[in-house]
Design a protein around this ligand. Structure first.
Ligand code: SF4
Length: 445
């Protein structure tokens, strides 16, 4: 009987075993190979001998925090091609106005509100609609054609990685993969691998393209009770992604980071999108034990002059000091695992795209380019066909020298520009929910 040779161990997800067994059989059947599991490349180099099946490989991750498994190594190419975005199964994003979904509202066709328990929101009608759309054939009706994650396939099933850790954590990841493979719309047997939320709308900067420097307020700061309510998710959670405003402007969030909750769940990694102004060396030391998986630093500039013009916050030398301290900490401890410099491409900084990529390369960090949403301070270049064509060309040239994921994101943005030019769409993003003229190409990269 498939799976009968699995070791017996305490498994908080044991009630889901029958479903998991059936799906594991489907996984094995989807990838015929030289042995009974169709195993090609199983676990990383530190793993025990090659496992015989998908379930063996995943079970081998228990209590091995640095081990990983790629489900794509077990799955047939046609199935991988049919799951262009896995976020509706892996991720829940919450916004301060109660909108929710698997991703940024600007990528969603019709963002919907939801309140109540976090798990109820993960299983809401809107989230079910995303799963149905992403498990179906053809362009997903829930998603805007301009979604760069969809166009760049940055979150396709091919790129999903299962991480080692406590048994409940590994079991949830296994169940999530099996739910994706099965096209499970209900997601009743899984909890999200990633929770993304804004800690507050307040920001201490006033960036040209962002309203929160003016409109943000600490009055909407998530209270301590919000962090208490994370408890049901933490055993199965891989990552907390915290946004703003400026997330570190929230004292409640900073206390949560430094408090006992994360210390008791070491498998939960934290990702922040931050302007880094609060990441003083002292504050970095206070959070030294936090597993920062990824810090995305909103720099938006490669030079002092452009930083001053675009970001309107701390001085460039002070931010450089924070970045240098972060890089030194990473070199010494391995944390944060990754740092990415992020640029929203604006009229005021388009001349620095290549310099920005070069800065990131010099600093040994990743780089992310984003198209502007809306047209605050007349900074969108999406009414200018010549500028759009120029940026698309330059992004592709830059992408040739980037790491795989950064390159996919950059090419995804270039593809959005190409598509708008081809359709003669010359207006700021985001599009109306009904702007669906262009079929989304779902080809694998
Ligand atoms: S394809 Fe884009 S809009 Fe759809 S769920 Fe994925 S990230 Fe969100």
């Amino acid at each position: 009987m498939p799976g009968a040779d699995l070791p017996q161990r305490r498994d908080p997800y044991a009630a889901l075993a029958a479903t998991g067994e059936a799906l594991a059989r489907a996984l094995r059947a989807a990838a015929p190979g030289p042995d009974d599991g169709g195993v090609r490349a199983a676990v990383d180099a530190a793993a025990p001998p090659t496992p015989r099946s998908w379930r063996d490989a995943v079970d081998a991750l228990v209590d091995r925090a640095d081990a990983t498994v790629r489900p794509a190594d077990w799955l047939a190419p046609d199935l991988l091609a049919r799951r262009p975005c896995t976020l509706p199964w892996t991720r829940l994003e919450l916004f301060l106005d109660d909108l929710h979904g698997p991703c940024c509202v600007d990528f969603q066709r019709r963002p919907a509100a939801a309140t109540g328990a976090l798990l109820a929101r993960f299983r809401s009608p809107a989230m079910r609609a995303f799963r149905a759309a992403l498990a179906g054939d053809g362009p997903p009706a829930t998603c805007r054609p301009s979604c760069p994650r969809l166009r760049g396939r940055s979150d396709a099933l091919d790129h999903l990685v299962v991480r080692g850790g406590p048994a409940a954590f590994v079991a949830n990841q296994r169940a999530v993969v099996e739910a994706i493979v099965a096209g499970d719309v209900d997601a009743a047997a899984i909890t999200p691998l990633e929770l993304s939320f804004a800690a507050t709308s307040f920001c201490n900067y006033d960036c040209l393209m962002c309203r929160w420097g003016v409109d943000g307020t600490l009055a909407d700061e998530r209270p301590a009770a919000f962090y208490d309510a994370l408890a049901p998710l933490l055993p199965g959670l891989a990552r907390l992604e915290v946004l703003g405003g400026e997330p570190l402007a929230s004292p409640v969030f900073r206390d949560f980071l430094a408090g006992p909750t994360l210390a008791a769940h070491r498998h939960v990694r934290v990702a922040l999108t931050t302007n880094a102004s609060y990441l003083t060396p002292t504050e970095q030391a206070r959070h030294a034990d936090v597993r920062f998986e990824h810090l995305t630093i909103s720099l938006n500039a490669a030079t002092d002059a452009t930083y001053r013009a675009v970001n309107r916050g701390l001085t460039w030398p002070r931010i450089r000091g924070h970045l240098d301290a972060l890089r030194a900490r990473r070199a010494a401890t391995g944390w944060p695992r990754a740092i990415t410099y992020s640029m929203v491409m604006l009229r005021a900084n388009l001349h620095e795209l290549e310099a920005f990529a070069a800065l990131a390369r010099r600093d040994g960090v990743g780089v992310r380019f984003m198209l502007p949403m809306r047209d605050r301070n007349d900074q969108s270049f999406l009414r200018d066909a010549a500028a759009m064509a120029d940026v698309a060309r330059r992004l592709r040239a830059i992408a040739d020298d980037l790491d795989d994921r950064d390159a996919r994101r950059a090419r995804g943005e270039a593809e959005v520009l190409d598509d708008r030019l081809a359709r003669g769409v010359l207006r700021p993003l985001p599009d109306d929910g009904d702007d669906v003229a262009a079929p989304v190409r779902l080809s694998r990269r």
